[in-house]
Design a protein around this ligand. Structure first.
Ligand SMILES: Cc1cc2nc3c(=O)[nH]c(=O)nc-3n(C[C@H](O)[C@H](O)[C@H](O)COP(=O)(O)OP(=O)(O)OC[C@H]3O[C@@H](n4cnc5c(N)ncnc54)[C@H](O)[C@@H]3O)c2cc1C
Length: 568
């Protein structure tokens, strides 16, 4: 929309950044370090968005930290892998920009801000059969960060998604989570250490129930928030961007609403939209995503309601990839604000995903995005896959946590809260009884289980090849042989819960170029306007090459956008 400005600004900055996730903060830091007077505005009363709730992983091929864990990489391999996984759907210059600038961005954060990362040597790229993949090292996770360094600002950070916490409160790193959940060697020691660290931190216990030792997304956002504080970069909470202000075809600022008051903010170098996707907007979901779809199935920040996408459209921006998301099967837990993604429990041996007919339809250990793509692709009136059902037995329940349930060895069925016992978790002494409880086909379920039990014995899943790749096995149980992702389902009682086609955020949005500039339908950039993160169409196209494929680009294109705006 062309708004007349008449020279009346309420506030002026060089760079206005809409949103407060990891990409937004990286843009503010990179801009400031190039001399920009930057301002971040956040719609809700908490900063951090989905970035703070997340695993905090960044997928960065050829990052400089890989060498520390003994993994090598090669730019040509990275190029081959990314080009193949994105299947020709993303322009070459954007892919090249990502591969070139992502390692530079990581080095910048490590050398110039409070951010610290480690490379995960065993977190395999998701498509091991594609040339150029690596069995680990490209995914980075933030180190622990002391919340005490944030002072009162800590309590204004969006809380971590509960699925990333022990007992809804204690932080763990990705490495620790995997070790504990898959019962890999050392898991008991790690559990004891984390519990002791939390409960013995007596002064902090008087201050907050939240753990001081931030990990994953809270650590990432904490490090970046502290770095903003070091530079005195302001972050205004409860400030909603409503409209872009355009003069002579250039975006020169935005109309925002702060504490009920409309104010005009001038942005002489540019506006960076970093306001997340449209996962929190039911109408946009129904319009663009495959149906059925529900906001409740999303794990992401509910304040991400597509605002930036709509604002961009109003000034003539083109859209791309709107039907896609960072999919994963999710569980909707009564009383919880966000859904939980079933990442590990679907790969661990002794669980299966079935459709309404009781039949398996997918390699459960495949990348989560693929599992949901199959849910939608195979959903039919005869054999609905939405919802699907995660089925397991008493042996699985005894050993492994699942969604909000701790393993029965620590939380037997009688100790489960009533909300989980009544309605959420279905249970029966026979498979037929469980099928009746879930409302699914008993014959199909029995046949699926019998086949699975045979595959568990031979180690070969003849139907869906579960457990054949290094990626599948990352969340397997290495003590289970011959296939760490396969175990029989045979010991009563049998359990089941519903799994929905949820996501970590949507991935379609404003079309951008290699400099993160927003493009018109004609391909021309809109001067002064940048978009990063999930309000922009992802550089990963329809793919999800490895853990950290959303935050890697959000931070990298934040870095690129700010530097471009500052003329670097
Ligand atoms: C449980 C979970 C685990 C995940 N793990 C990983 C992982 O390990 N690695 C990875 O790469 N990805 C992960 N993701 C996905 C990743 O967190 C998101 O894709 C990413 O954070 C999106 O970044 P963003 O900047 O686009 O949005 P966000 O981080 O959500 O930030 C957007 C912000 O903009 C604000 N906002 C919205 N509208 C306005 C407005 N009009 N004005 C002002 N502010 C506005 C929102 O309130 C929000 O705070 C995970 C997600 C979840 C939920």
């Amino acid at each position: 929309m062309e708004s007349t400005n008449q020279g009346r600004w309420d506030h002026s900055v060089d760079l206005l950044i809409v949103g407060s996730g990891a990409g937004a903060m990286t843009a503010a830091l990179a801009g400031c370090d190039r001399g920009a007077d930057a301002l971040l505005i956040e719609k809700s009363d908490r900063y951090g968005g989905s970035s703070a709730m997340s695993g905090g992983g960044l997928w960065v091929p050829c990052n400089h930290l890989m060498a520390e864990v003994g993994v090598d990489d090669d730019p040509e391999d990275a190029w081959t892998y990314l080009r193949e996984t994105t299947g020709g759907e993303v322009s070459e210059d954007r892919l090249r920009a990502y591969l070139e600038k992502a390692p530079e961005m990581v080095r910048y954060l490590v050398e110039h801000t409070r951010a610290e990362f480690v490379s995960l040597p065993e977190y395999a790229d998701y498509y091991q059969r594609i040339p150029g993949s690596r069995p680990g090292g490209r995914s980075l996770e933030p180190k622990n960060f002391d919340a005490g360094l944030l002072g009162e600002e800590f309590l204004k950070m969006r809380e971590q998604n509960p699925q990333m916490l022990i007992m809804n409160r204690i932080f763990m790193t990705v490495f620790e989570a995997r070790t504990m959940l898959t019962r890999a060697p050392g898991w008991i020691g790690i559990t004891m250490r984390l519990m002791a660290r939390y409960w013995l931190d007596v002064p902090w216990r008087f201050r907050s129930r939240r753990d001081r030792n931030l990990a994953m997304g809270n650590a990432l956002v904490g490090m970046l928030r502290r770095s903003l504080m070091d530079r005195g970069i302001p972050l205004w909470l409860e400030t909603v961007a409503r409209e872009l202000i355009v003069e002579d075809g250039r975006v020169v600022g935005a109309l925002v609403e702060k504490e009920g008051r409309k104010i005009r903010i001038a942005a002489s170098k540019g506006v960076v939209l970093a306001a997340g996707g449209f996962e929190g907007d039911q109408a946009m979901r129904e319009r663009y995503l495959p149906n059925p779809t529900r906001v409740e199935w999303s794990c992401a920040n509910k304040h991400n309601t597509g605002d930036a996408i709509r604002m961009g459209q109003t000034v003539g921006a083109a859209l791309e990839l709107m039907s896609d998301a960072w999919w994963g099967p999710t569980s909707v837990v009564p009383g919880e604000e966000h859904a939980r993604m079933l990442v590990i429990e679907k790969s661990l041996p002794g669980s299966i995903l079935v459709n309404k007919a009781g039949e398996r339809f997918v390699n459960e250990a495949a990348p989560y995005i693929d599992v949901v793509n199959e849910m939608y692709a195979k959903d039919s009136p005869e054999k609905p896959c939405v919802p699907a059902y995660l089925v397991f037995d008493a042996s699985f329940r005894q050993k492994y946590p699942c969604g909000p349930l701790l393993q029965a060895s620590q939380q037997p069925d009688w100790a489960l809260p009533r909300s989980l016992k009544q309605g959420y978790l279905k249970k029966a002494d026979t498979l037929e009884g469980l099928a009746a409880e879930l409302g699914i086909g008993a014959a199909g379920l029995r046949e699926s289980v019998e086949k699975l039990n045979e595959y568990a014995r031979t180690g070969e899943d003849l139907d869906f090849h579960r457990g054949e790749t290094v990626f599948d096995r990352y969340y397997g149980d290495e003590k289970v042989a011959p296939n760490p992702c396969l175990a029989p389902i045979e010991k009563p009682p049998f359990y089941g819960l519903e799994a929905y086609p949820g996501e970590l955020g949507t991935k379609g949005g404003l079309k951008t170029d290699a400099s993160a500039r927003v493009l018109k339908e004609s391909g021309e950039p809109i001067p002064g306007l940048y978009a990063i993160g999930n309000c922009s169409a992802s550089v990963m196209g329809h793919s999800y090459p490895g853990a950290g494929s959303t935050l890697g680009p959000a931070t990298t294109f934040g870095y690129i956008a700010a530097r471009h705006a500052m003329g670097a």
